[in-house]
Write a protein that binds this ligand. Structure first.
Ligand code: FCB
Length: 449
């Protein structure tokens, strides 16, 4: 069989996020975020872990950039910690915070690695939560103001901008399910949060387009949409899978692409309050993005369930699972990419901004090696699915593996390891896992698919 290759200009990267890797939670004027508060709530995060220190990238970014250079990636996707840059969430900015990200970008650029910055990866300044958080409309305007300052300060340093990471998680896990910061349990609040996150995205986009001569770098948003598979071909299961898409996919995808909100989703919960959508909001949200980022981990299976308000439930499936208990479903990535390409009529370039897995990793007895064959298999199968989509004409421009290094996995603390570099949290030693060397071969095109 002919050797298959990714396009020569395909962008390979690795990803991480501020609260998960930076540490230095109280240094250089950084303010408190909702994750600082949440991780201190008894029982909120496994073992009471916090991001106070994590892998200390704030001080070790040079070493990490060196590892990325060795890996051969073209880009590093990191996020800007809003509370580091604007500790109060409004009002004055903190130049020491901007200096840190300038140093980080410089050290990447010196090694030929581009900087892909996410403006918001879940660490809302606590004062904004105290004022009502994302369910409060004003937060969208505060976000746009913060974004504008980032464009001004870091416009010459950042090569690709992502406004939000996974607004579904911020809204639903944070305000409805209560398992992420700020830990609230209120569906109407989550809907309002969703709308204000998207509005914040749209306002930031507007601010970006309106600045003089600075907006030439691509800007987009990252979603974790679901494109579930029906458990069987029974029309009720097929409908269940379709309805499940309202919740996690159409609530975000549709307004971003100018189709408004999926009314059916709201109708399923007559007791709840719909988000207040003011005149002009939907136009702002549907501002043109240069690309869509997709975080893909697995494809769920849905079955009809008359007891659920929307008529579906997640069905058990037969796939092997990762250490998160998530099924391993590489073909689902192919299906998702082709679905998005069809829905956007091929008009929107795509990046996979996260894909990877947690496995039960451990170091060899001499501490020098971490064998992770299951992660290699996971990555190989997902890369291959992405390549299938590219060969069918999907405009996929790049692929960021989650994650560069093991880190604080939110409510699960340090118990789940997603890195292609093993982190020894006791002494901050970094040990590239076997998957690191595998990815290096993929990037240098010496691997076959
Ligand atoms: C995604 C998050 C990322 C990481 C991975 C495993 O939902 O964006 O920060 O936690 O899951």
């Amino acid at each position: 069989m002919a050797r298959r290759q990714f396009p020569a200009d395909f962008l390979w990267g690795v990803a991480a996020a501020s609260y998960q890797v930076e540490g230095a939670a109280r240094e250089d004027g950084r303010g408190e975020s909702i994750w600082d508060t949440f991780s201190r709530k008894p029982g909120a995060v496994l073992h009471g872990h916090t991001g106070d220190v994590s892998v200390d990238q704030y001080h070790r970014y040079e070493e990490d950039a060196g590892l990325m250079k060795d890996l051969g990636v073209g880009s590093y996707r990191f996020s800007l910690a809003w509370p580091r840059l604007q500790p109060g969430g409004s009002g004055s900015f903190n130049s020491r915070g901007f200096d840190y990200y300038k140093r980080l970008c410089d050290s990447l650029h010196q090694r030929g690695i581009s900087a892909a910055a996410t403006l918001y990866h879940w660490d809302l300044p606590q004062p904004l939560e105290d004022a009502g958080g994302w369910p409060h409309r004003d937060t969208a305007y505060r976000f746009a103001e913060y974004a504008e300052a980032c464009f001004t300060e870091l416009g010459n340093h950042v090569d690709l901008w992502i406004t939000l990471n996974e607004p579904w998680c911020s809204a639903v896990l944070g305000y409805h399910e209560g398992v992420h910061a700020p830990g609230r349990r209120d569906l109407s609040a989550a809907w309002a949060a969703s709308h204000h996150l998207l509005l914040g995205h749209g306002l930031a986009l507007q601010a970006y387009r309106e600045q003089d001569g600075r907006s030439e770098q691509p800007i987009g948003i990252t979603l974790n949409i679901d494109t579930p598979r029906p458990a069987t071909q029974d029309p009720r299961d097929v409908l269940a899978a379709d309805r499940a898409m309202d919740l996690r996919t159409r609530m975000y995808f549709d307004p971003l692409f100018g189709r408004g909100y999926p009314e059916r989703h709201f109708e399923a919960y007559p007791g709840e309050t719909r988000p207040e959508v003011r005149a002009g909001d939907l136009e702002i949200i549907a501002g043109k993005i240069d690309f869509l980022g997709l975080n893909y981990y697995f494809e769920p299976v849905m079955a009809f369930d008359p007891d659920h308000p929307e008529g579906f439930r997640v069905a058990p499936d037969y796939h092997e699972t990762t250490a998160m208990g998530w099924p391993v479903t590489p073909r689902g990535l192919y299906r998702q990419l082709t679905w998005v390409a069809r829905e956007t009529r091929g008009q929107c370039p795509l990046y996979i901004t996260e894909n990877g897995c947690a496995m039960e990793d451990s170091l060899s007895d001499d501490g020098l090696r971490c064998r992770d064959p299951k992660r290699i298999q996971y990555l190989r199968d997902h890369f291959s699915a992405a390549l299938d989509a590219i060969e069918e004409g999907v405009d996929l421009r790049g692929y960021f593996v989650w994650s560069l290094i093991d880190n604080f996995e939110w409510a699960l603390g340090y118990t789940k390891r997603f890195g292609i570099i093993y982190a020894d949290y006791i002494n901050q030693r970094r040990v590239p896992k076997d998957s690191f060397y595998y990815l290096r071969e993929v990037i240098s095109q010496s691997e076959d698919f």
